[in-house]
Design a protein. Structure first.
Ligand SMILES: *Cc1c(COP(=O)(O)O)cnc(C)c1O
Length: 377
């Protein structure tokens, strides 16, 4: 089956009780047992819930994994997965990792003795140079947020294999429709399903997907122990969202290409970062490992004043955090997604005060362009 078909028929889709074309919301916390000697498949919903399971199966199929676990947020998926590491372990992490991941790694995991070195992962030699005897994992995001930098996943996997490391990839921007890191040899794929997977800006959820059953069991053990699983209502909504993932991504991506190309020629715009543009430094590598450039990009304006005017002046694109909804969202990384990164560190990474990120929704691109144009003045 092709991916578009799997989005609709990939997991359990028919309710065996009634024939309903969907798995119901099992809004329940506990299950009656019939034997003292052995409990049924379901006993308590922190561990297992059929609605969550249907969602997990669907995403596992889309990513080409053997197991997916659904979490109460992207950060819950990331943090729970990172707990497979132990005190004394060291990680090599891409330096423009999602702000929340930077925060848990640099303030919480570091306190627990799991340390990280942040490197420019577009440079494979920098990844390898940061590896120490106690290094256990490489944590990547490609395209990265907010500069859309590209890491060569096959190259990173080759390094990881040479050193016996686990490769983790945050695939939020791409979704399995556009990029499937497990097929390239990565070990754990992470998602904020809050973004494109659910796609309607009405659920917070996250996923971890693996090929290796043992690794899946380890993450599942921590998920159940910590209680970080996703609730049934949110599982249902996300399952519904995934059914239209292909058409949403196709349209948003097409709109993004139009807008990014238009912005490149705008007199107030000094740079456009989008891996769909042929002059993007990661264009060729991205094209070799993904099926499209996605629907998020960033650009820089010629002054802070113009940036402020744009952010406060758009009428269609909502000035907000988050991305991946049917509605366009314009955000300001320096004060939003990357506010938890120290200012000096931000500057060093190129997250300047005139950098804007745009997540393009399903509005007519002509209307979006007119809106951006009037806001920039
Ligand atoms: C939003 C986001 C996260 C965090 O997900 P939540 O669902 O907000 O917890 C992680 N990684 C990326 C790339 C994101 O965009």
């Amino acid at each position: 089956m092709k991916l578009a078909t799997r989005m609709i028929h990939g997991g359990p889709t028919i309710d065996p009780q009634t024939g309903a074309l969907g798995v119901p919301i099992y809004q329940i916390s506990t299950y009656r047992q019939t034997s003292v000697d052995h409990f049924g498949k379901y006993d308590y919903a922190r561990g297992d819930n059929p609605t969550r399971e249907a969602l997990e199966e669907t995403i596992a199929v889309l990513e080409g994994g053997s197991r997916c676990l659904a979490f109460s947020s992207g950060m819950a998926a990331i943090s729970t997965s990172l707990l497979i590491f132990s005190p004394g372990d060291h990680l090599v992490v891409c330096d423009d990792v999602y702000g929340g991941a930077y925060r848990v790694l640099s303030t919480i995991f570091s306190r627990l003795g799991i340390t990280s070195t942040f490197v420019d992962a577009t440079d494979l030699t920098a990844i390898e140079a940061a590896i120490r005897p106690e290094t256990k994992g490489i944590y990547l995001e490609t395209p990265s947020n907010p500069l859309l930098k590209i890491t060569d996943l096959r190259g990173a996997v080759a390094i990881a294999r040479r050193h016996g490391l686990i490769t983790l990839v945050d695939n939020t921007f791409m979704t399995p429709y556009l990029q499937r890191p497990l097929e390239l040899g990565c070990d754990i794929v992470l998602h904020s399903g809050t973004k494109f997977l659910n796609g309607h800006s009405d659920v917070i959820c996250g996923f971890a997907v693996v090929k290796d059953a043992g690794l899946g069991q380890r993450i599942r053990y921590i998920q159940n122990a910590f209680g970080t699983g996703l609730g049934p209502q949110d599982s249902f909504l996300t399952l519904r969202g995934i059914k239209t993932l292909k058409v949403r991504m196709d349209q948003s991506q097409q709109n993004t290409m139009r807008i990014a190309t238009w912005l490149k020629e705008h007199k107030r715009v000094t740079a456009v970062h989008y891996p769909g543009l042929a002059d993007h430094p990661g264009y060729t590598i991205h094209a070799g490992q993904a099926d499209g450039p996605g629907a998020v990009f960033s650009f820089e304006l010629d002054s802070f004043e113009a940036t402020k005017r744009l952010l406060e002046g758009t009428k269609l694109a909502a000035f907000a955090v988050s991305l991946g909804g049917v509605e366009s969202i314009i955000s300001y990384p320096a004060r939003m997604s990357h506010a938890s990164v120290p200012a000096e560190e931000r500057q060093r990474k190129g997250i300047t005060d005139s950098l804007v990120r745009l997540s393009v929704g399903l509005e007519d691109p002509d209307d979006l362009i007119a809106d951006l144009d009037q806001a920039m003045g």
